[in-house]
Design a protein. Structure first.
Length: 346
């Protein structure tokens, strides 16, 4: 007869043989609030970030009076500011500038945040040197929109998802003119969303991920995959059960599906607040940043739970925006093996 003890011992020996030590993402750069970027100044207004593979630049959207509500272009290797994008006509809504995302054809999309009764705008840029055009507008919006957007595809296949805080559903934008203008379809979710929820398209298409921002460093939230079918989307699975996280990015690394998660902790003074990388297929932690993303001396409060994350598997790099604390770049770990040990009795 095989006893539970024998099974546990055997499993422990096997785990010791195959499970690696905790993996870390090594730091490429870290720019803290209140240092070299004048607009990164702890006012809760820097909320959007994405990587532009067409130029190798990092784009950061900032709703700050110092810099004039615009997208900043940073060196993705150093975090140094190179220039800013044209912001002619950008404004309105409850927050003028919120999220920025880059499509597969290099077109850049910028959202504001609209509460019910204010004007929602989605702007499109042909590239980093172009002027913005209004690609979609609601005047006024009937529900909150723009706290999170996710962009997939290119040209006429471009699809954009939009979520808003406490908006239980999402909006899907599609185009027939290469991304110059969009038409909206309201998508009903089952179950519905709550609070501040972030979005990311699944790389395999036809589905998207959501994650509710944690309201404290210890609060555990999960990522949920929704299958999209017309004007409805139904939850399929939950994964990435991690504390203190918010914004997400999903990518394929070879055949492995990975999710980057930015911190969303609201506690002032917190230390060792790390960004994470999750294996969605194996439902296990792959790696964390080797050090915390908070400001020196302890985190500044992120009262809105905002932030962002971007992944570029082609160059093996990842970037985090931890609102009110830092913008940073990291190298992905060389191994794709999950960092958590096996435990047959969890």
């Amino acid at each position: 007869m095989i006893t539970r003890t024998m099974l546990f011992v055997g499993a422990s020996i096997l785990a010791a043989a195959v499970a690696p030590a905790q993996q870390n993402m090594s730091q490429l750069f870290k720019v803290e609030d209140g240092t070299s970027l004048s607009w990164l100044n702890g006012n809760n207004q820097t909320r959007g970030l994405d990587y532009n593979p067409s130029t190798g630049h990092l784009l950061v959207a900032d709703n700050d009076s110092v810099a004039g509500n615009r997208i900043h272009i940073l060196d993705a290797a150093t975090g140094a500011e190179l220039s800013t994008m044209n912001n002619s006509g950008v404004g309105g809504g409850a927050v003028n500038v919120a999220k920025v995302k880059v499509a597969g054809d290099g077109r850049i999309y910028l959202s504001n945040i609209a509460t019910a009764g204010t004007n929602f705008r989605l702007y499109a840029y042909a590239d980093e040197s172009a002027a913005p055009v209004v690609a979609y507008a609601e005047t006024p919006a009937t529900v909150r929109l723009g706290d999170s957007i996710a962009v997939s595809g290119s040209g006429n296949n471009t699809k954009i998802l939009i979520a808003g805080m406490d908006n239980p559903n999402v909006a899907l934008l599609t185009t027939t003119d290469g991304g110059q203008t969009f038409t909206k379809l309201d998508v009903t979710l089952s179950p519905s969303l709550a609070g501040l929820t972030f979005l990311a398209w699944d790389p395999n298409g036809g589905a998207f991920w959501t994650r509710r921002a944690a309201d404290s460093g210890g609060a555990v939230t999960t990522a949920t995959l929704y299958a999209l079918s017309g004007s409805n989307a139904t939850a399929q699975t939950e994964t990435a059960h991690v504390a203190g996280k918010g914004a997400i990015a999903v990518a394929l690394r070879g055949t492995q599906k990975i999710m980057g998660m930015a911190p969303a902790s609201v506690e002032a003074g917190a230390t060792d607040v790390k960004g994470s990388l999750w294996d969605l297929d194996g439902d296990a932690l792959l790696a964390e940043t080797v050090s915390g993303l908070e400001k020196t001396g302890g985190a500044a409060a992120n009262i809105n739970g905002t932030g962002d994350v971007a992944i570029d598997t082609a160059t093996g790099r990842m970037w985090f925006l931890y609102t009110n604390n830092s913008v940073s770049g990291w190298f992905l770990p060389s191994s794709s093996t999950a960092a958590r040990d096996w435990n047959l009795f969890e």
